[in-house]
Each structure stands twice: as structure tokens, then as C-alpha cells.
Design a protein around this ligand. Sequence first.
Ligand SMILES: [Zn+2]
Length: 395
Amino acid sequence: MQHLLFLGLFLLALMIGWYLGRREAIKVGVMLQPHGSAVDKQYFIGLNYLLNEQPDEAIETFIRALEVNPETVETHIAIGKLFCQRGDVERAIKVHQNLLARPNLTRQQADSVQLELARDYLVVGLDQRAERLLQELITARSPLRAAAMTELVKVHERGHDWAEAITVGQLLVREQPDFAIPLAHYHCEQARVPLQRAEWPLARRLLLQALKIDRQCIRAILLLAELEHQAERPVECAKWLQRLVAEGADFVPQVLSLAYWCKDNGSLDLMSYLDRVLAVAPQPPVAVVLAKARELRRQDENAALHFVQSFARRQPSLVLLRYLMTLPVVDSEARELEHQVVADLVESGHAYRCHSCGFAARELHWQCPTCHQWSGLRPMPDKHLPDTALSSQGN
Ligand SMILES: [Zn+2]
């Protein structure tokens, strides 16, 4: 942070230096002025403060050295931003308000000052003031309206004001197609209350709206499946379960109980559904493997055993191992496989975990790469560790 601040200040000093130099060059052409004007002196005093690592004094001096005119507006905006980044928001607000009061700003400059001022207000929690400034930028069709909408939608998100968030989001998504993902979630959020109140038509309409915006909104698909289950419509429910396979097969374990319900109501061929999931998912979910094994076991215990064994070989998992051990059929091949799965699980995976942030690693880092805490990582109790700590890394 401190490092960043000094970098910012240094750039600022360069900009001011460039501005002064340029102004001087223009003047020389018109009339000769003795070197070392008051402004130049202020500049060098500021630079001196900066080199002595006194950033506060440096900033004050730089501001005094700079008159506000169309050429220095960007520098003033940068100064305000710097204050804001340092947590000195009050000062940032003052700088930006001062700028905004100038009559000689171009439209573009006034807009970017207004946006920065709104951001300052948001930092100190003056949401309503920020909202007003942002709304102005949007209704005036400013070139910065996408940035303004991005800030405004964050305000509504924070306040859980989903209707307002949707209104702004619908405008924003036209400029930023990626915004479809959050916008779909806003509709899902709006559907929560009608879902709780069993107002199925309203909830259904909102969730379908979410899917229209983002075809891959898994949350909407899951909620629609659950809704149709609650509304006792097994055919509709099965339709959403099928759709889930196409958009996010790894989420199917979350709806297995619904799949059984659909099967019981004759709207889903469970076996072919599970097969489809196993064929589509990049990594077959263990819960789906077990569900299929359970179905197989109804007819043929051996078929279930071989099916699970073949998966356990490819994807060693404690859950599959536990299942294999419940099967009464034990031959030497099965026993050998069990040993292999256990060995794989013991050897593989992460052996260390950071107690402060949860980061897991195969090798020991004395400084956590994620949260940078020293001595954050500790061995997990059930893993094989290398014999020596000498090979471990600093960070
Ligand atoms: Zn950590």
C-alpha cells in the first residue's frame, strides 16, 4: 500500500513537472521570464518532501503549485484518487467538489470528476448522495454511464434492493453482455419471497426471466426444479432436471432426491438419466456413481460391484471405498483394489493447510502464498509428510 502510494505520488510529480515545463516553453516564445518563479519553487519543495518520505506535505505543496485549468484537471483528479486510496476520503471529496465547481471544465472532465466524487461518497457510506450523482450521469447519457451504472448497481446490491438493481442492470447489460450473470441472480433473489410464500406463478415467471437473461443460470434451473416439486408437477420437474445435465451436470447430486421423486411419479427414467450425467460430467460426481450402483444392485450385486470398482480405479475416493466395503462379495481383486484406493488417497492430495485462511498445499511453505502469514501452514494429521523440512520453501 505504502509502496503504491509513493509510486502514485512520483507519477504525480512527473505530471506536474511536465506541465510546468510545457507552460514555461510556451511563455518563452512570447516573453522571457526569469527562471525560478514561485510555482517552480513550490514544485521543487514538493519534490523535496517526496524524497524525504513526507507524502502529506508533498501533496499539499503540489496542490498549491497547480492552478486548476483544463490542462491540469486530470492531475487534480489523480490527487483526489490518491487521497481516497489512502483512506483520506474527506480530503478527496474536497478536491473533487472544488473541481466540480469550476465553470471551465469540458463535459468529459466534469463527468469524470462527478464519477470520482460519487465513488468518494460510496466509500464513506453517503449512498444517497452518490446515487444522485450517478443517476445524473446515466440520464444525461454521459460517455461514462457504463462506469456509473456499475457503481450504482453495487449500491442497490448492497441494499438488497433487487427491483432497482434490475432496472439499472437491464441498461448495463446492453453495454456489457457479461453482466447477464449477475442480472440473472438479481431475478433469482427477487423470486425468493414468492417461493417462500408458495406463490408459484410469480416465482416461476421471475425464474424464467432469469434463464432468459442467462441461459446457463444454474441457480434458476435448480430453483425451478424445486418449485415444480413443491407444486407437485413431476413432468415439469423432470424437464428441469434434464436441463441441469446440459448446463451443469456437476450440480446433479444436489437434486438426486428430486430425481427419485420424479422416478416414483413416472416422469423420469432414472437409470438413463444417471447414465447421461456420467457421460456428460467432466468428472463424474461420486454421488451419481453411487446412485447408479444402488439401482444396479436391485437386480445384480456383481454388476454393481464391478461398476463401482471401475470408477474407484480411475477416481480414488473414500466414499466409493466405503461403499465397496459394504458389499458382501469380496474376492481377491476387490481386496487389492481397496488397498490401492487407500494408498492413493494417503499419498495424494494436499498435506499442509493454512490455519488462518484455509489454503492447502502439497509442499510446505513457511509463508502462506495466499494470506502471506508466516508459519500459517501446518501439516494435516492424516497425510504422509516428506522426511525433511530442509526442502521446504520460504514462500
Ligand atoms: Zn493463509
